[in-house]
Design a binder for this molecule. Structure first.
Ligand SMILES: [Zn+2]
Length: 198
């Protein structure tokens, strides 16, 4: 998860002409309708993230990890490995970083439910993420992030998994109050608390 996010906000407001600013260059490279060829040295990795929700006696909460270098709370997530499905990567990262087992919530379940009956098993429907976003990590390094919502399974409540990371369950009120939270993460976490039924 290290260096996972930096956030690209309001992409549509930027002019595609200004290629001096790396934020703008990333947006330009992402815009295929302009016929743009990615600049040399540009890397865009697939990553997967999950906002995991669990119901406690005092209400629903979502788990975040404190990234010490960045000084910010982030959801579990990381690079998708070669030949790995994004949905499997999300669950693997949740397990590795929090010790939790979780089940992803499918954002498209009702929209494309018919697909299950078509064409035998040649086409299998994957779990749709709730958001797909491009994140600037450092110059010429971007992440294409499959952002899933999930519910925690079992009684486990997660644990500190390494010396560099601390985990904490956030309620809606905690999310509002926390200062070390990027707005992009605050938004995703709050939406997960609203959307995930558990
Ligand atoms: Zn990367």
């Amino acid at each position: 998860m290290a260096g996972r996010k930096a956030g690209l906000e309001k992409m549509s407001e930027f002019s595609l002409e200004d290629k001096k600013d790396i934020r703008l260059r990333g947006v330009w490279a992402a815009d295929r309708t302009k016929g743009g060829v990615p600049p040399l040295g540009l890397v865009r990795h697939f990553v997967a993230t999950a906002f995991v929700v669990k119901r406690f006696e005092d209400g629903k909460k979502t788990i975040l990890l404190l990234h010490k270098k960045l000084g910010a709370w982030l959801p579990p997530g990381g690079h998708v490995e070669e030949n790995e499905l994004p949905q499997d990567a999300a669950l693997r990262e949740v397990r590795e970083e929090t010790g939790l087992d979780a089940q992803l919530v499918n954002a498209n379940l009702k929209v494309f439910d018919e697909l299950k009956k078509l064409d035998g098993e040649r086409v299998v429907q994957l779990i749709a993420p709730y958001n797909l976003q491009l994140e600037l990590i450092e110059e010429n390094h971007y992440h294409i992030d499959f952002v899933y919502f999930a519910k925690a399974l079992g009684e486990k409540t997660g644990e500190k998994n390494s010396e560099s990371m601390q985990v904490k369950w956030f309620s809606q009120a905690d999310l509002d109050e926390e200062k070390n939270l990027w707005e992009e993460v605050r938004l995703g976490a709050k939406k997960a608390l609203q959307e995930v039924e558990c």
